[in-house]
Design a protein around this ligand. Structure first.
Ligand SMILES: [Zn+2]
Length: 224
């Protein structure tokens, strides 16, 4: 589904758990695409075809999977990162993530091409897309969130959802750290909050007021 000129959202609609994926088309050299969080190849319980479904939906938007040039992983839980291996092998895409999640990723057989730290990430010829990477740990040690200031878009991964936050009981999780990460992100100027899962809501929160209201709700009712 097209959200903005070259920003696409793929909201997971299966029955099993899988993540939402987001794509910036033509962000890279040779009109290649950036994909954030490709999700599962096949979901673990109901065996739903996550990656095939993502590719089919991309195709119906006129986007070719072979044009994926870079996969950014917000973090390395399998429901976000599993399919990155396939895209790297099939389409020669590079895989990028934060170093603090690398052992988790390698233990799943993943290979890494680039490490992303907090700071600017400038993509494409003529610096077409300028992103800001935030290190946002708490759900996982190497969790990153991706901010696109020109479009006021924040891709949150599993840091925040509609009226809830990511789990902190998984290895390397910390409630205190997550709270700090969320407080930092709430200072950004955001029109589109793109969450990592469709938990009780598609996971796309539109409009500055709705985004702020969601942060306020989380700070008041969820973070203690
Ligand atoms: Zn996760």
């Amino acid at each position: 589904m097209r959200l903005l000129d070259n920003l696409y959202a793929y909201i997971w609609q299966g029955n099993d758990n899988n993540c939402n994926s987001y794509l910036i088309a033509d962000a890279l050299k040779d009109r290649k695409h950036l994909l954030v969080d490709p999700g599962h190849i096949t979901t673990p319980f109901y065996r739903e075809a996550g990656l095939d479904r993502l590719f089919r939906e991309m195709e119906s938007d006129g986007l070719n999977a072979e044009q994926i040039g870079l996969v950014i992983l917000t973090h390395c839980h399998p429901d976000h990162c599993e399919a990155a291996k396939v895209i790297r092998d099939q389409d020669s895409a590079l895989v990028a993530l934060n170093q603090a999640d690398v052992s988790m990723y390698k233990s799943q057989g993943g290979k890494v091409d680039l490490y992303l730290q907090e700071g600017d990430l400038v993509l494409g010829e003529h610096s077409k897309v300028r992103l800001e990477v935030f290190h946002s740990p708490g759900h996982s040690p190497g969790h990153i969130t991706i901010y696109w200031p020109d479009e006021k878009v924040l891709v949150t991964g599993d840091v925040i959802f509609y009226r809830s936050t990511g789990r902190v009981d998984l290895p390397g999780g910390s409630a205190k750290t997550l709270k700090h990460s969320i407080e930092r992100l709430s200072e950004l100027d955001i029109e589109y909050l793109l969450c990592g899962h469709p938990y009780g809501h598609p996971g796309i929160i539109k409009g500055k007021n709705a985004v702020q209201e969601n942060f306020e709700f989380i700070k008041r009712k969820v973070l203690l």
